[in-house]
Design a protein around this ligand. Structure first.
Ligand code: ATP
Ligand code: MG
Length: 283
């Protein structure tokens, strides 16, 4: 399976939380690793990838031997450790960042490894990059019949707006600093969406930094002013947006959102016809 999504969508966090449910353990006759999760190294070569996998499995001689020797050990360990799923994060490292070329030898080597072990692989990476890697190697592509995308939150439909709202409530609890709700829930949601584009990393960055500012100033709640400050310091330059999304007049925010939720962005499916402002105004 392939799991792709834009940077900060929460892919690594999601799979790490999943893998944590199946930790490695010591059985009487050796180590068991039900879910083997690892990052793709960068820069990467076939031998580098093989030794990295061996090291992550716990082979004390991970960097020794010929490639053939390493391959044999890798296949052996994956079997005796009874690995049921391999999760390979940052799969886009199979594209050389200097030349922008796909590392065909690594991709071929991976194809052989998957076929020889027969173990399911989940590869995770930035959307479009994974597609590119697979399109360049049809035999590898064939092995990844299931392809899913982790989308950012959206306000395009009422159901999606509810999901975003629910996530915000959890995030507020996670940073252990309640938000001072001076605005209507819909307006607050619209402003939050404008400030974060529905991307989990932006949202958490904003709330975590605002909570830190609140602590420093001895406040017990997150005011809109603190959220503005946190946005200006942490997100404004990254997202290239005007400052103060929590105090700018609402009509400016809605105009910005209308542009965002039209079918011009890749994060919003073309079938979603309602704009964020329409959803918000019908409530
Ligand atoms: N479900 C979640 N709950 C709380 N915080 C989250 C959640 N998912 C992601 N985050 C936070 O968002 C940030 C980015 O998440 P993560 O690294 O998983 O994104 P990613 O999709 O793997 O990004 P990249 O493609 O750049 O590797 C992290 O700070 C993480 O703590
Ligand atoms: Mg990641």
């Amino acid at each position: 399976m392939v799991l792709e999504g834009m940077t900060g969508a929460g892919k690594s966090t999601l799979v790490q939380a999943y893998a944590a449910n199946f930790p490695r353990y010591e059985a009487e006759d050796g180590t068991r690793i039900p879910v083997f999760a690892l990052m793709t190294p960068s820069p990467i070569t076939v031998k580098g990838m093989a030794s990295h996998m061996l090291a992550e499995l716990g082979d004390p001689a991970a960097y020794r031997g010929t490639l053939q020797n390493m391959n044999a050990r890798l296949i052996h360990y994956l079997k005796v450790c009874e690995v049921e799923l391999v999760i390979l994060d940052d799969f886009q490292h199979l594209i050389d960042s200097e030349t922008n070329k796909i590392l065909a030898k690594v991709s071929d080597w991976l194809k052989v490894l998957i076929k020889e072990t027969g173990i399911p692989f989940l590869v995770i990476g930035i959307e479009d990059s994974v597609e590119r890697i697979l399109r360049a190697n049809q035999q590898l592509s064939r092995l990844f019949a299931v392809r899913e995308t982790l989308h950012p939150f959206s306000l395009a439909t009422e159901d999606e707006a509810k999901d975003f709202h629910r996530f915000l409530e959890f995030a507020e609890q996670a940073v252990k600093m309640p938000i001072q709700h001076d605005l209507s829930p819909d307006e607050f949601l619209a402003r939050m969406y404008f400030a974060t584009e529905g991307v989990v990393a932006n949202l958490m960055n904003l709330l975590r930094f605002a909570a830190l500012l609140a602590q420093k100033e001895g406040e017990a709640t997150l005011s809109l002013q603190l959220l503005d400050q946190a946005f200006n310091k942490r997100l404004q330059r990254h997202l290239i947006k005007p400052p103060n999304p929590f105090s700018t007049p609402l009509k400016n925010i809605l105009v910005g959102l209308q542009g965002k939720t039209s079918d011009s962005t890749s994060t919003v499916k073309k079938s979603r016809t309602k704009s964020a402002s329409e959803v918000l105004n019908t409530k």
